[in-house]
Design a protein around this ligand. Structure first.
Ligand code: SAM
Length: 249
């Protein structure tokens, strides 16, 4: 059940059945994270949005319904047929277009989209310095891009600097500690390309409340238990979520 704090902060997300969101996402946090990200983006009806690493297309359905957008729901692992069925269930058959494809080989024309959004996915495919230039080629001039993902509150220069209580989380993951960065690092990572103007790169202000929901939703796998233990000990000092928005130059 969504508590009062979540209801107040994320009035749009809580309108969607919580069980449905949990069943169709990794951690049930997709919509509250997306509402936080879209809260700092200027999305308008009729826009063409690319939802990258959309998973089970819950976020794409939200973007179509809440903003009147047309959304291309891209994920390399999730069946487009299953995502289409979910879109139809929510009355979005003419506004959500599922495509099963790798974010690094997108089958779209140049300058096609008004916006690109990626929640909890960009780090899987966007860590190559040249990826942003590739991605913005699909955006119209002045098109918008927004991502939300995990981060550190500051950069660590060596393993010795990483606090002991959080290091165990990064031993056995695909994303070791040196692949996790601060919002300031992300700002430079994108701005150095000269392809975008970063508008915001900041810690998600609701991170603490989102973590609390994570504790409630997840705990069965060993990796989740490890992460929850570290997050509780960390108390938002080093581990957080960040959101970043930019306009194509
Ligand atoms: C942690 S899940 C997040 C899913 C969804 N955005 C959400 O918030 O519920 C990350 C998603 O990124 C997708 N993904 C990972 N690498 C990808 C790639 N190279 N191209 C497209 N999707 C990718 C995965 O299949 C997975 O569904």
């Amino acid at each position: 059940m969504y508590g009062e704090k979540i209801k107040k902060l994320f009035p749009r997300a809580v309108r969607y059945d919580e069980k449905w969101v949990k069943e169709n996402s990794c951690d049930g946090l997709t919509l509250i994270c997306l509402e936080s990200l879209t809260g700092i983006m200027d999305l308008k009806p009729g826009m063409r949005i690319l939802d990258l690493g959309c998973g089970w297309a819950v976020s794409s359905i939200f973007l179509a319904k809440e903003f009147g957008a047309r959304v291309w729901a891209v994920d390399k692992n999730i069946s487009a047929t299953e995502n289409y069925k979910r879109a139809v269930e929510y009355g979005c058959e003419d506004s959500v277009f599922p495509v099963k494809v790798d974010a690094r080989s997108l089958p779209f024309p140049n300058e096609y989209f008004d916006a690109v959004i990626s929640v909890d996915a960009y780090t899987y495919f966007g860590m190559d310095e040249r990826y942003l230039e590739y991605l913005v080629s699909f955006l119209k001039p002045s098109g918008k891009i927004g991502i939300l993902d995990g981060c550190f509150t500051k950069e660590f220069e060596s393993p010795n600097e990483v606090p002991e209580h959080i290091m165990p989380v990064y031993y056995d993951r695909e994303d070791p500690w040196y692949t996790v960065h601060s919002p300031e690092w992300w700002r430079k990572f994108w701005e150095n390309t000269g392809k975008v103007k970063v508008l915001k790169s900041e810690i998600v202000p609701e991170t603490g409340i989102i973590w609390e929901k994570y504790f409630e939703n997840c705990s069965s796998f060993d990796s989740e238990k490890k992460l929850i233990k570290a997050l509780k000990e960390d108390r938002l000092e080093n581990m957080a979520l960040f959101r970043m928005t930019a306009d194509k130059k």
